[in-house]
Design a binder for this molecule. Structure first.
Ligand SMILES: Cc1ncc(C[n+]2csc(CCOP(=O)(O)OP(=O)(O)O)c2C)c(N)n1
Length: 662
């Protein structure tokens, strides 16, 4: 292996050696601990250490890195205390994730490391978001994300690289091409000659380098880093290497021809570099033994730290799913809102006003979405925003829902807030993984808030067919860590949107498309918020309670207008996660007869959950079975008559009759 020291000082060359050797020695110890049953699973990076060590040495310490499961050297290279790392790997309460996560699935703001989720791919877009934050703040920094060569087959790889190219983001994408993705050889993973060539397709500079040569890695990353920051561009680097052990320790290596181990064994990054340093006269056996001895002591001491059992505390576990809002935000939440004297405006105006004022009040708020800038968005909600707030803050995106959700999370790592507009709620399906696995779980996993809002134009009633009309809120109400908000009036739309933006947690904000321009009501002009998680009593009554939200509120009001002889108690939930159980109990107590009404389809809809809760907690308050009135368990038909039949509203009067006749 040829090492070109260029102008690097002896000190740098020796520091690189230490950064390279330390993870190797830790891993050798880990394999022993694994055999002793002290850790349960280990993904080895033996043979690949030069990449992590080179990367971490070339970057500035406060530049965000998104590592994967074989990048121990990033964690140690950033100076994370080894004993805390050991405790992490053992699932201890004193680890970085309080025993809630395994091995490298954690991050740390202190060390600017955002560890992976199991799903391969999402980490790449987070680097885009962090890089965008640097760019917006004009910081001379970049972000860097790793992927394996297997991970390049994921759609997230494409989205993240394309986004970085289109937005001119200072970010480095590293492919560690180690020959196999679990048992799948590269020939079954891709057909291009070199993965680095994929850069051409994105209009991005790229290079393939020897990932086992620490000096090549270090020197390349240093140069590329300067280029990315100077030119404000991304870069793709393919590091050729080899996985010297099984995918994880239990899975073996039988499927790999033994010649490959022989070939790559000769290119061992630690041995080759050590030998070269000896040839250069920078190391000798004595110094090597000295360095190794010191590392051995550090490792043994770190392992010796006793591990305390994790004591389960249900309250803490459930509370930690969510980040707490700072106190001054709590105050905005709870300030009273007087709608009496407010001018009457449409539902869409409520959303627009809320978004506009939130942009004025929060200089760190970024809007992202398809066609939201010049075009003003599919529903024209952001019309005029570009002129007022500029391109940096009102960002058109390519078609890449997953990458935008990921980038929003990356922005949150750097203290930005963002609102992403899904063009239609239906398209959240292609950002689903980022939402339910990354946004929802990150605070619980390592205390990082996902401070962002996803606006979800939703609902049927305009003949838009199965892919532009879905009520998909229940996809998300099942996911702890998310908040799901769904206003039905202009004033609520504004106040709840502002609350969602102020809330440090990921909020899915459902806006009914039919309500946009069909519903009007008083809309206060000042900047206010309405507390998330609080239902609204729309009308007080004594005969029957309708618990509903969104368009359902207006269906219930129409029914009540048609039947003045019946006294309706109508509760607008406004938030579906968390639910306002006090208000639900009160609605049950008021009439003893309950209809749960929603536009969403019946099976698995939130109505089933609320019904179960009422059965469990309010059984003695009921005079009749809880009845659900929901849309048909079918896809949403395009034909208007079929759609009318599909929608819950067509069965509401019948449900009422049945309930009252019980
Ligand atoms: C989306 C997704 N699909 C499948 C897996 C299961 N899995 C975990 S690692 C792995 C192989 C990854 O190969 P590569 O990206 O080349 O990285 P390497 O493990 O070789 O470092 C697979 C299939 C996963 N974690 N995520």
């Amino acid at each position: 292996m040829f090492f070109d020291r260029k102008d690097y000082s002896d000190q740098i060359l020796l520091d690189l050696y230490r950064t390279l050797l330390f993870p190797r020695m830790i891993e050798e110890k880990m394999l022993v601990l694994l055999r002793q049953g002290r850790i349960s699973k280990w993904f080895s990076g033996i043979g690949q250490e030069a990449i992590s060590a080179g990367v971490v040495s070339a970057l500035a310490p406060e530049e965000w890195i998104m590592p994967l499961h074989r990048n121990l050297g990033v964690f140690t290279g950033r100076g994370m205390p080894l004993q805390k790392l050991f405790l992490q790997w053992q699932g201890s309460a004193e680890g970085f994730s309080l025993g809630r996560e395994r091995s490298f699935h954690f991050g740390s703001r202190d060390y600017h490391v955002c560890g992976m989720i199991s799903h391969l791919g999402p980490q790449l877009a987070l680097a885009d978001g962090a890089a965008l934050a640097y760019k917006l703040r004009k910081e001379q920094k970049l972000a860097l994300a790793f992927t394996g060569e297997g991970g390049t087959s994921e759609g997230d790889f494409h989205e993240a690289l394309n986004l970085a190219a289109v937005w001119d983001l200072p970010v480095i994408f590293i492919i560690e091409n180690n020959g196999y993705g679990l048992s799948t050889p590269i020939a079954e993973q891709f057909r291009c000659k070199r993965l680095a060539d994929k850069g051409i397709g994105y209009g991005m500079e790229s290079v393939q380098i020897d990932g086992n040569n620490i000096l090549d890695v270090y020197d390349t990353i240093k140069g590329v880093r300067e280029f990315c920051i100077r030119e404000q561009k991304p870069y793709l680097i393919e590091c050729m290497t080899f996985r010297m052990r099984g995918h994880e320790e239990a899975s073996g290596t039988k499927y790999i021809p033994s010649e490959l181990f022989e070939l790559w064994g000769k290119k061992d990054p630690v041995v080759c570099y050590e030998n070269w340093l000896k040839e250069e006269g920078l190391l000798d056996e004595g110094r090597v033994n000295d360095i190794r001895g010191k590392f051995r002591t550090v490792i043994e001491n770190a392992i010796a730290v006793p591990q305390h059992p994790v004591l389960a505390d249900t309250k803490k576990e459930t509370e930690d799913m969510y980040a707490k809002a700072p106190e001054h935000i709590e105050q905005v939440y709870t300030a009273a809102v007087d709608t009496e004297a407010a001018p009457v405006k449409r539902y869409i105006d409520g959303i627009r006003d809320g978004l506009w004022q939130a942009m004025e009040e929060n200089g760190n708020l970024i809007l992202m979405g398809q066609d939201i800038a010049e075009y003003g968005g599919a529903f024209k909600i952001t019309e005029g925003f570009l002129d007022k707030f500029g391109h940096d803050r009102v960002r058109n995106t390519p078609l890449c829902e997953s990458a935008i959700v990921g980038a929003a999370l990356g922005l949150a790592l750097k203290g930005f807030k963002s609102v992403m507009e899904m063009q239609f709620a239906d398209f959240a399906a292609v950002g689903f993984n980022q939402i339910v696995n990354n946004l929802a779980k990150i605070h619980y996993r390592w205390g990082q808030p996902a401070d962002l809002v996803i606006r979800m134009p939703t609902g049927a009633g305009v003949g838009a067919g199965p892919f532009h009309s879905q009520s998909n809120e229940a996809w998300f109400t099942h996911v702890p860590g998310l908040k799901v908000v769904y206003p039905s009036t202009p004033a609520d739309a504004k106040g709840l949107l502002i609350a969602a933006i102020l809330d440090p947690n990921p909020v899915l904000f459902f806006e009914h498309k039919v309500l946009y321009r069909s519903i009007s009501g008083p809309l206060p002009e000042h900047y206010y918020s309405i507390e998330i998680g609080k239902a609204n009593l729309v009308s007080e009554g004594t005969d029957v309670s309708i618990i509903t939200y969104g368009a359902g509120v207006h269906w219930a009001l129409s029914l009540a207008a048609e039947k003045p002889e019946i006294s309706f108690h109508i509760l607008d939930l406004r938030t579906l996660l968390p639910l306002d159980y006090d208000a639900i109990r009160e609605a049950v107590a008021k009439t003893g007869k309950v209809i749960l009404l929603h536009e969403d389809t019946l099976t698995g809809g939130i109505g089933g959950e609320i019904s179960a809760w009422i059965g469990e907690h309010c059984f003695e308050l009921l005079d009749a079975p809880v009845m659900r009135c929901a849309s048909l368990d079918t896809a949403i038909p395009f034909n208007i008559d079929l759609e009318k039949n599909f929608l819950a509203n067509s069965r509401l009067a019948g449900t009422l009759e049945k309930l009252l006749a019980y």
